[in-house]
Design a protein around this ligand. Sequence first.
Ligand SMILES: [Mg+2]
Length: 272
Amino acid sequence: MKLIDFLSGPGGLPDAFLFDIDGTLLYGNRPQPGAAKLLALLRRRKIPFFFLTNDGTHTHQEKSTLLNNAGIDAFPEEMISCTDPVSPEFARRGWSDKRFFLIGNPANVPGIRVETNRERLESCDGLLFCGGPHDWHADFTALFNFFRRHPDRLLVVPNPDLFNPLPDGVSLCPFGQMQLVLTLLERIGIQLEPVHFGKPYGSVYDLAMQRFGAGIDRKNVLCVGDLLDSDILGANRAGMVSALVLTGLTTAAQAAAAPDSRRPHHIFEAIG
Ligand SMILES: [Mg+2]
């Protein structure tokens, strides 16, 4: 069944929606079938929604533009990403005075003390890896040596995903890239404990509930996504309704074999 047909059925529309983007509304730069139509319907019916993405590489403006370029209406203020909780979470953990070596766009982590010059990596309290173009060879060599010398320094990768689906394969998310360094560190007996803030972790869902405001019950929020480990687990843990679309990285067989924590409330072959 398609999501758009389900929503026109007897159950009607939920109070609100959270939409994953990559693999759900977009496939690479292409729109997924029915995505633009569904969002237009929600706008007409004044059903609130946010885009909830683990993409911490693009700014909200850039991510909206990617959707716009695919013919899908979206606005920066409708974006919630894995980097949005960085500032409040750092404050809560007492890290506001710490300085982090940043791989990523400083605009995505306002209020954080960041260092982007690799020559000053040694004096940093940790790594904040949001992603984007960077010199893998130079960065990973420097980071391997940094954590080898200082295994107690902090490692923050807001997006816990390893892969991002593309029409011709996958791209490596920042944490997928970081696995290369982590594997080498493990080979010499060093185990780091990375900190994440994106789906399936609770802070992005709490942020979404704050943004919806009073009057929206999280039990009536439908979270649509393509990944069991982030979209579905996160929605289930957050007490929301999870809906898997089979247009991204997850197959029907994988969904059927999912353990309870990652079992979607609904499975749809596509949005429309
Ligand atoms: Mg996705």
